[in-house]
Design a protein around this ligand. Structure first.
Ligand code: HSE
Length: 401
């Protein structure tokens, strides 16, 4: 019998308890022994929940109990999660976490501590919710050089963009609806500004290349400026607008960004809608491989956390090797990245656009006062220098085809 402690009885933490209670037998069979929740740490009490008998308010009770061999961290944020996780690992307990802020900021250090203590620091649920992506990246895609990672990494924004595309609604209206449905947080900044996806692409890129990628170095643009008019243009050419976390190696340089992009129906991520996430990884031998599933939500995320618990039980007293050195990987300046751009300007500057850019593809979305067009691939810097001369510039979205 393995005894675990769950830190934080919020959406994911209570989901972990629920998954362990619902699938007790099959989990015991796969882990090789039963898994029992001994403690739940939370500031609150839950008098109407049977869990109450296990609730403690002092982390030291867990830390000092030698019976607890696995700590599940589902508190979110880095304070006090970082301190609790580090202390747990140093005390010889494995840690399974869903916390992307923690993993993106301290992953390299925590992986290293786990190795020195011959325990495990596992974080499957930190990217893509219930989608298995961390374990495949560490243990399956080991024969390839990773050329590119492209993912729809945030459920809330994918829901909002899907609704805007289907209903022709504006961003603000759909955001309100997403909040009412409980998808978006009351403070949705991290989702809609792309910060959540930025941490996730930083984690995936660090693992793909085995070295630390600082999320602060990744250019990040959210979806707050996407409008119903943008979708009219996308529809006119059969494209979708999605927000992607992208990283790629070109000529030894690492490029990474989080930004909305227009994509065509031949892109495997085109049909990923609503709160679903998907990650497409390109290997130099394997080609494209895609992972799809629920990127958020209580049970899906908890399922991934419990899969880590099972892995930790199976590897008691063995460290499952994860390569994540803390030496920093430089991300190339965004100015140097090459992209195509969808651009909207006033109709009066159409002629100027035709001579300033090479071979633009004009899109007719039936908005007479405007000219919408797509450029050839060009460096970000060159694009911004040219577009800076336009008096009627409205917006631009990168093009992923
Ligand atoms: N807020 C996140 C999302 C939760 O919407 O995807 C999962 O990380």
């Amino acid at each position: 019998m393995i005894k675990i402690a769950v830190l934080g009885y919020g959406t994911v933490g209570s989901g972990v308890v629920h998954v362990l209670q619902t699938n007790t037998k099959i989990i015991a069979k796969r882990a090789g022994q039963e898994v029992e929740v001994k403690y739940v740490l939370d500031l609150r009490d839950f008098p109407d929940d049977p869990i109450q008998s296990k609730v403690v308010h002092d982390f030291n009770i867990i830390l000092e109990d030698p019976e607890v061999s696995i700590v599940v961290e589902t508190m979110g944020g880095t304070k006090p999660a970082y301190e609790f996780v580090k202390k747990s690992l140093l005390a010889g307990k494995s840690v399974c976490t869903s916390n992307k802020e923690l993993v993106a900021a301290h992953g390299a250090e925590l992986v290293h501590i786990a190795k020195t203590k011959t325990v495990n620091f596992l974080f499957e649920a930190s990217v893509g919710g219930g989608i298995p992506i961390i374990r495949p990246l560490n243990q399956s895609l080991t024969a390839d050089k990773i050329e590119q990672i492209n993912g729809i990494l945030n459920g809330t924004t994918n829901y909002i963009l899907t609704k805007m595309a289907n209903d022709g609604s504006d961003f603000a209206d759909v955001l309100k609806e997403a909040q009412e449905l409980g998808y978006a947080e009351k403070d949705p900044t991290a989702d809609v500004e792309g910060y959540d996806a930025c941490r996730k692409i930083a984690i995936l890129t660090s693992l793909a290349y085995g070295q630390q990628v600082d999320y602060e170095d990744i250019y990040t643009e959210g979806i707050t400026k996407i409008t119903a008019e943008d979708f009219k243009y996308a529809k006119a050419i059969g494209a979708a607008i999605k927000i992607f976390g992208t990283s790629k190696k070109i000529g030894g340089k690492l490029y990474a960004m989080v930004a909305p992009q227009m994509i065509q129906s031949d892109n495997p991520l085109y049909a990923v809608n609503d709160v679903f996430n998907a990650i497409c990884i390109t290997g130099n031998m394997l080609g494209d491989v895609m992972f799809y599933g629920k990127g958020a939500g209580k049970e899906a995320t908890a399922s991934a956390v419990v899969s880590d618990v099972v892995d930790a039980v199976k590897h008691m007293n063995t460290n499952v090797m994860t390569i994540w050195e803390d030496t920093k990987q430089e991300v190339a300046p965004m100015d140097e990245m090459t992209n195509r751009f969808f651009v909207r300007i006033g109709a009066e500057e159409k002629g100027k656009a035709e001579s300033a850019f090479d071979d633009i593809e004009v899109i007719d979305a039936g908005i007479g006062s405007e000219c919408g067009f797509i450029t050839e691939p060009m460096a970000e810097k060159a694009f911004h220098e040219i577009i800076g001369d336009f008096d009627t510039f409205i917006t631009r979205i990168r093009v992923g085809f």
